[in-house]
Design a protein around this ligand. Structure first.
Ligand code: C2E
Ligand code: CA
Ligand code: CA
Length: 785
């Protein structure tokens, strides 16, 4: 019963059909072979027949049950097989016993076979595999095997044979045989039908299973691929549920945070996420679950060493994807990128050399100030400060020194700022200062003047003693009507204008400056062209020896007549040439032209005078200037004493090392040196002590007042200048004499030479010879008389 219960749990019609067919078959054989005759034998007592019937029903019933068990699919261990043999032996022993008893031989055969039956049953019980009898296979398979097909077909033939048996020919025996044959046939047909149907089911099942298997394989592949991608990537991949609890974390997490994967699994990520970011990530989860689209969030996570790392996360809903089943978060560590970005941002905002704001940032600040100040009734002022002659310094001594000068200048500007002022390096040698001011232009230029004075103080850089001067332009917005860019442009214009007329000082922007400056730009462009094509010329202004009245020397002065712009004064184009670097080329041309001209006059017999050439500060700082002068002299084959170099006083007072060195070099060539415009450049006796010079030219500003005899102070000053020059073995020249009174006054003071419109205007070279001849004849006349 136990085995039956265990193995035949399910209602298994097929097993019962098998059992019924086989039992019926066996009974049919038994019936036609023995039982039918026994039953119909009138000699047998009725009670024996009844007992035999009951007994046979029980035995065959038991056999059917045994067969039912045997037909059940399941494990067939040794114990099971022993039990089966015991059962079959029992039936055989019993039937054999019944037959022999009926023949009057007793049941000896049954008794003889009994030990085998009991022995086998006992062995089955005690066999170690006894426990396995009740174990069912995982899948019950009912296959239409060849064996089944043959067995069933043969069993169908059995009733046909039996139909012809003698015992089945009469009455009762025939009826029972027919019933049994019908049962067998019906059971077998039913069974075969079911087998065929189940075979179809099996086939369908197989197809289905194969499909499932294939699907399983692809899921497994996907999963393998997913892991392979994720396992080795530098990005971290996490699979989380909606509350942020990870079921998978890729190993890259450890390189980012220092925590192992195991630290993350199974608990909400809240513990490692920045407090302010936790809601963001949960929000993104809700979004991703609701709308399906991937979300991007940036969250800060904590590392094992308590540092904060910034992760850029992309969350994707993969809840319904086999092998994933969660929200997939793809996290990239962007901490260093962000830091780099902020570095770059710093570079965007600041000038890397001086660490001041750069031009763009400054313009932004100016715009902001204009907006804010328009509310507070204050004005916004922008000053642009430009270093003078910086380019020359940069090229002359080197960019390292140039950089240091810029850094020092930045520091000096800063030192003079007031609270709230903003300073920036706008470009190259240009700085900007933003100020908020009350309405009073005087008050505005004053702090800028202080800055300029601060810059102009001597500085020692890389072993060089330098003096850097700067010029400033100032522009104001009084009512918020200008943009930052416009205000800046005005300040730029003002500094350009200041460069022309107010070097070393500050100029406030005025409307018409714009046109002036654009004219400057035009001059600049055309000058380049003019110098390259030698469209400039030199005129010569004679200087008179006051004592003799003859021409003592000539000053070469540059002239430029541009076909479009007209006659342009050297006072205008020389500074332009300096700023654009064209001065070097121009200077070389001028010197060469003068030397050649001297040589020509020489050849023409005009000899007893010298010719002076003006050299600007920028020209003097050019390291090649000495060789340039030297080669101009030797190429023309003239006596260097015939040449005088004029240097304006203002470039000497700076005590500039380079200038000083150049002057020594040039003097060693044997040329004479004149100090031009004396008295205008904040005269310092110091440089008079340092440089040996041959000529001192008193500026027109000191000459003009002498026309009035009442100006006693000026007379004393002029007298002192002349006395000083003489004491230093130099001769004096009075510049710009237009009136005879001026000449008389200077003659009385002992001035040596005079220059001015009173005598000669600057003269075209073609006319100079004639002028010289006339002067020479005057001299002859003087000598004659
Ligand atoms: P500077 O060296 O002081 O030259 C003298 C200037 O005074 C000349 O002006 C001359 O025409 C002018 N002048 C002469 N006599 C009188 C007078 O009686 N009254 C008045 N009001 N002016 C008089 P210019 O030719 O316009 O030159 C202006 C400046 O340009 C020069 O001043 C000089 O610094 C510069 N310059 C001229 N030519 C050259 C040159 O070839 N090279 C360099 N580096 N600078 C030059
Ligand atoms: Ca001069
Ligand atoms: Ca002069």
């Amino acid at each position: 019963v136990m085995v039956l219960k265990a193995r035949a749990q399910k209602r298994n019609i097929d097993a019962w059909l098998d059992a019924t067919a086989i039992t019926s078959g066996a009974f049919l054989l038994y019936w036609v072979g023995f039982l039918a005759e026994f039953m119909s034998n009138p000699n047998n007592p009725l009670n024996t027949v009844a007992l035999s019937t009951v007994y046979n029903v029980i035995v065959f019933g038991a056999g059917a049950v045994l067969l039912r068990i045997g037909a059940t699919p399941g494990q067939r261990p040794m114990s099971y097989k022993l039990l089966g043999v015991a059962g079959v032996s029992f039936v055989i022993a019993d039937i054999a016993g019944a037959i022999s008893a009926a023949n009057g031989d007793g049941i000896l055969i049954t008794l003889a076979l009994s030990p085998i039956v009991y022995g086998l049953a006992f062995a089955a019980t005690w066999h170690p595999s006894a426990g396995e009898i009740v174990r069912l296979p995982d899948v019950a398979e009912d296959r239409l095997s060849n064996f089944r097909l043959i067995a069933s077909s043969l069993a169908l033939i059995v009733p046909l044979f039996i139909a012809g048996a003698p015992a089945a020919r009469d009455g009762m025996g025939q009826i029972v045989a027919l019933i049994l044959a019908t049962i067998i046939t019906a059971a077998l047909i039913l069974r075969l039908t079911r087998l065929l149907r189940s075979q179809q089911d099996l086939f369908d099942l197989k197809v289905e299973r194969e499909a499932t298997e294939r699907a399983n394989v692809s899921i497994a592949q996907n999963e393998r691929r997913f892991r392979a991608l994720v396992q080795n990537a530098t990005d971290v991949v996490l699979v989380l549920d909606a509350s942020g609890v990870p079921s998978y974390v890729s190993p890259a997490i450890e390189t980012i945070t220092g925590y192992p994967v195991s630290a993350y699994l199974g608990r909400s990520l809240e513990w490692t996420t920045h407090r302010n970011d936790w809601d963001d990530i949960l929000h993104s989860f809700r979004q991703v679950l609701k709308h399906g689209e991937s979300q991007r969030v940036e969250i800060r996570t904590m590392t094992s060493s308590n540092e904060t790392r910034l992760l850029s996360c992309v969350t994707t809903n993969m809840m319904n994807v086999d092998g994933v089943g969660g929200i997939v978060v793809n996290a990239t560590d962007i901490t260093s990128e962000r830091l780099l970005e902020s570095d770059l941002r710093t570079a965007e905002l600041f000038d890397p050399l001086t660490l001041l704001f750069n031009r763009n940032t400054f313009i932004g600040e100016v715009s902001r100030a204009i907006r804010e100040n328009s509310f507070t009734q204050t004005e916004t002022a922008v000053a642009v400060i430009n270093l003078d002659e910086f380019r020359i310094l940069n090229e002359g001594i080197g960019t390292e020194v140039g950089d240091e000068v810029l850094i020092e200048t930045a520091a000096r500007i800063r030192r003079h700022l007031r609270i709230g002022d903003v300073v920036a390096r706008l470009n190259g040698d240009e700085f900007g200062v933003l100020m908020t001011v009350e309405h009073d232009p005087e008050q505005i230029t004053e702090p800028i003047d202080r800055i300029l004075t601060g810059i102009a103080k001597p500085m020692t850089i890389g072993g060089h003693d330098l003096t850097i001067r700067a010029t400033a332009g100032l522009a104001i917005d009084s009512d918020g009507s200008l943009t930052g860019v416009q205000l800046m442009r005005n300040a730029d214009t003002a500094v350009d204008a200041a460069k022309e007329s107010q070097r070393g000082g500050v100029l406030l922007f005025e409307e018409q400056m714009g046109t002036e400056v654009s004219r400057q730009i035009e001059i600049r462009n055309r000058l380049r062209h003019a110098i390259v094509n030698e469209e400039l010329r030199l005129v010569y202004q004679p200087l008179i020896d006051i004592g003799t009245g003859r021409i003592a020397s000539l000053e070469a002065l540059a002239r430029w007549n541009d076909p479009k712009l007209g006659e342009i004064s050297p006072a205008i184009f020389i500074p332009v040439a300096e700023r654009t670097g064209l001065i070097v080329e121009f200077g070389a041309w001028a010197l060469r032209t003068v030397c050649e001209q001297i040589s020509k006059w020489d050849a023409a017999g005009l000899r007893d005078f010298s010719v002076s050439v003006n050299l600007s500060g920028d020209q003097l700082r050019d390291p090649a200037v000495t060789t340039m002068v030297a080669s101009a002299i030797t190429d023309a084959g003239i006596d260097p004493e015939r040449l005088t170099i004029e240097i304006t006083e203002s470039i000497l007072i700076d005590d500039d090392e380079i200038i000083s060195k150049r002057i020594q070099e040039i003097r060693q060539l044997g040329v004479k040196l004149a100090i031009d415009d004396f008295g205008t450049g904040y005269s310092s006796l110091n440089y008079l002590r340092r440089y040996e010079f041959d000529i001192l030219k008193i500026d027109r500003d000191f000459v003009t007042p002498l026309a009035d005899p009442k100006n006693r102070r000026e007379r004393h000053i002029a007298k002192a200048m002349i006395g000083l020059a003489h004491a230093l073995d130099a001769i004096t020249v009075a510049e710009g004499i237009e009136e005879v009174s001026e000449l008389n006054a200077l003659a009385a003071l002992g001035c040596d030479h005079a220059q001015g419109f009173f005598f000669y205007r600057p003269t075209e070279v073609a006319e100079v010879a004639e002028v010289l001849w006339r002067s020479a004849s005057v001299r002859h006349q003087q000598l004659a008389s």
